[in-house]
Ligand binder design. Sequence first.
Ligand code: T5A
Length: 208
Amino acid sequence: MSHGLFITLEGSEGSGKSTQIAYIKSYLESKGRKVICVREPGGTPIAEDIRKILKTPRSDDNLCDTAELLLMYAARAQLVNTLIKPNLEKGIDVICDRHDLSTIAYQGGGRGMNMDDINACRKVVLGDFRPNLTILIDIDPVVGMNRAQKRGALDRFEQSKMDFFVRVRNTYLEYAKEHPNEVKVVSGEQALEKVSSDIKILLDELHV
Ligand code: T5A
């Protein structure tokens, strides 16, 4: 039995990842493939508990950057080892809403954490495990936050200042430029259907 495909979606708040994941799932299923969708942080009961800690703003304590980084990797370890790898081994495709590149962009770029420390966590948790394809939906953070704000209350990350999101975007784009075979960039400021048709071209390149 052949291995499933591991496809990850990346991008800032409101870039349209969740919307496009629904499209990717239906496109892959139309080709007769079995597909599951997960998200980071989260995706298993334990990782979803960690997600709540990471996303909930609280007034009685501040999550420090190191704790935030380690919680991201704790949730990732749980998801990758108990759900993503076993499904890939069964031949099922896994589409993940955010993965390791989010840590590089948010904790590395946004928070300014040391990349050697991030790479050390990455090595422990992932080893050489990497996605078959990462799609970065790029969007001006002002446009993305306007979309996100329409949903109502902002989470702990969404409450950050705009310069944080500008650093996140720049880090994403720098990484994509340095790793053109790993990360493919699609503009998220186009009509939904055009974003989907750009993504379809990338999926077809995988010969699905
Ligand atoms: N995080 C995560 C880290 O800091 N480090 C890490 O390692 C990881 C894994 C997760 C937070 O955790 C941080 C990053 C995040 O801050 P989340 O709720 O999962 O939080 O956040 P997002 O993934 O950003 O979720 P969003 O829902 O905000 O973004 P999406 O999924 O990209 O956007 P989507 O599809 O929900 O679309 C938002 C709105 O825009 C519309 C949609 O209809 C929707 O209303 N839309 C469009 N409108 C016009 N044109 C288009 N092309 C559109 N595409 C979508």
